[in-house]
Design a binder for this molecule. Structure first.
Ligand code: ATP
Length: 152
């Protein structure tokens, strides 16, 4: 199983990478975003939104768990950090199996509810302006997706 490690040298580079990824995304794709505070999860999601042609400003869905944006494909942006009961079934499947792309921040908190196949993206602080990005594709679809983006 391939794992890819990349260095993003600036917030712009992280955004641009997300734009490039967004161009390959299809309905029902699921991305689990992990990273400490300030690691760049929101920056990355803004890039995805931009690439999906979403013009509304994207902010973390702190009080709503899920925010939905309309674009070339809908984007379902979830932040499950403040879920009180992470085992409660809030109907996440409807998003995962819907017409759009799902991005989940703090996804490990709802691990039992995640789909079997998805793309994990971990962001790590790596100096002031740098972030280490680790891509871990689970399943053939996501392995292929990473190959296309990284190896061209
Ligand atoms: N290489 C980089 N990639 C992404 N962001 C970077 C990078 N270098 C610096 N930054 C800055 O780090 C900050 C990342 O903040 P962001 O809100 O995206 O993080 P977050 O993971 O969503 O944090 P939180 O969990 O607190 O919402 C931004 O101010 C961004 O400009």
């Amino acid at each position: 199983m391939a794992i890819y490690e990349l260095v993003m040298h600036s917030a712009e580079e992280t955004m641009e990478f997300a734009v490039r990824l967004s161009e390959q995304l299809q309905p029902k794709d699921v991305i689990a975003l992990e990273g400490d505070l300030g690691a760049g999860k929101t920056t990355f999601t803004k890039g995805l939104a931009k690439g999906l042609g979403i013009t509304r400003a994207v902010s973390s869905p702190t009080f709503t768990i899920v925010k939905e944006y309309k674009g070339r494909l809908p984007l379902y942006h979830m932040d499950v950090y403040r879920l009180e009961d992470t085992f409660e079934d809030l109907g996440f499947d409807e998003y995962f199996e819907g017409d759009g792309v799902t991005v989940i921040e703090w996804a490990h908190l709802i691990k039992p509810q995640l789909p079997d196949e998805l793309l994990y993206i971990h962001l790590y602080h790596h100096g002031d302006q740098e972030r280490k990005m680790v891509l871990e594709p689970i399943g053939k679809r996501y392995e292929q997706l990473c190959k296309e983006i990284i190896e061209g």
